[in-house]
Design a protein around this ligand. Structure first.
Ligand SMILES: *[C@@H]1O[C@H](CO)[C@@H](O)[C@H](O)[C@H]1NC(C)=O
Ligand SMILES: CC(=O)N[C@H]1CO[C@H](CO)[C@@H](O)[C@@H]1O
Length: 320
């Protein structure tokens, strides 16, 4: 039963809060570039936590040496020996970190002015924010490449992307969405319309408009790297902690709640950073997917300082 709950907690991904305790596991995966899915993820997490407990207990005993979490901390001892004594693992992770090419960007940026951003969409009663976030940065990069602003299909991701724990209306992750698009390509919104409900996959390869060659992750937690990315690359997909009561009722101004998580496991909403500004304090300009009748005609501003609500924690964009 416990494991079922853990599996569910891991499957829902972005859009729904995780249970506490996931943060160390998330940090480990981030540091060592692991991508696990579903049951494998929950199993690895249990192994990791057992090892961590072992290490902590060991160190607390005050031995003549101490232990530390390293790249083997998600393996049982027998796996470690069977793998590393004669066999190498085949890590699936293919995240490419983003390294800024430019060292400066404009003080104020709004990609809507450059034609990179489609109109506000509405996810409806479906936890598909992750799909909207991923599609948003894809639309920007597609515009950069083709100078055509095309609305792409969130529904294809909802129905067809089951990789990386993506679960349609039950939540998902933007990077996993990119991996799906890299493999299968993406159809336009007009060919594969949004239903706000998971449906059987109706993917049609002949209708694919574009593929991507991969995606890049902004170095986790770096406000300056995020600033350069948003300032020079285009709209960037971002996850945030949207669990504070006030966000539901946000209207305008710079969002800066008293309590807001920054850790990956606390980020329950997928959004799109489409620019930034400095007045009256440094903020990110964000596109949401809750219709135009929420926030500032569907948009909102959020404070930059201290990586507010984790905007810089798990952000990324596709490469074409
Ligand atoms: C930055 O400012 C320059 C000069 O005003 C402008 O030409 C350019 O388009 C701006 N870049 C962005 C991303 O807004
Ligand atoms: C803003 C942005 O990403 N611009 C890029 C668009 O694509 C060209 C290459 O085709 C890049 O040189 C630009 O930097």
């Amino acid at each position: 039963m416990k494991s079922v709950i853990i599996v569910l907690a891991l499957f829902v991904g972005v859009c729904v809060s995780y249970e506490a305790g996931e943060d160390l596991w998330a940090a480990f995966k981030n540091t060592y570039d692991r991508t696990y899915e579903g049951i494998e993820d929950s199993m690895r997490r249990i192994v990791f936590e057992n090892n961590l407990q072992y290490i902590e207990k060991f160190n607390a005993e005050g031995n003549s040496y101490t232990l530390a979490v390293n790249k083997f901390a998600d393996l049982t001892h027998s796996e470690f020996t069977s793998i590393y004594l004669g066999r190498k693992p085949n890590p699936e992770g293919k995240r490419e970190p983003y390294y800024p090419v430019q060292t400066t960007a404009n003080d104020t940026v709004d990609w809507r002015d450059k034609g990179y951003v489609t109109g506000i969409k509405d996810q409806g009663q479906c936890g598909s924010c992750w799909a909207f976030s991923a599609i948003g940065s894809l639309e920007g990069q597609y515009f950069n490449k083709t100078h055509k602003l095309v609305s792409f299909s969130e529904q294809e991701l909802v129905d067809c992307s089951k990789n990386g724990g993506n679960a349609g209306c039950q939540g998902g992750d933007m990077d996993a969405a990119f991996e799906y698009i890299e493999k299968n390509g993406i159809e336009s919104e007009s060919d594969y319309k949004y239903r706000a409900k998971k449906h059987k996959c109706e993917y049609d390869a002949s209708k694919v408009v574009t593929k991507i060659s991969g995606y890049k992750d902004i170095p986790s937690g770096s406000i300056s790297a995020m600033h350069l990315a948003v300032g020079s690359v285009g709209p960037i997909s971002a996850a945030m902690d949207a669990s504070h009561d006030s966000f539901q009722f946000y209207s305008e101004g710079i969002y800066h709640p008293r309590k807001c998580g920054k850790k990956d496991n606390q980020l329950d909403h997928g959004v799109l950073a489409i620019g930034y500004g400095v007045t009256p304090q440094a903020y990110w300009l964000m596109k949401n997917s809750w219709g135009t009748d929420w926030g500032m005609d569907g948009y909102f501003k959020i404070a930059q300082k201290e990586n507010e609500c984790g905007i810089c924690t798990s952000s990324s964009y596709p490469i074409m």
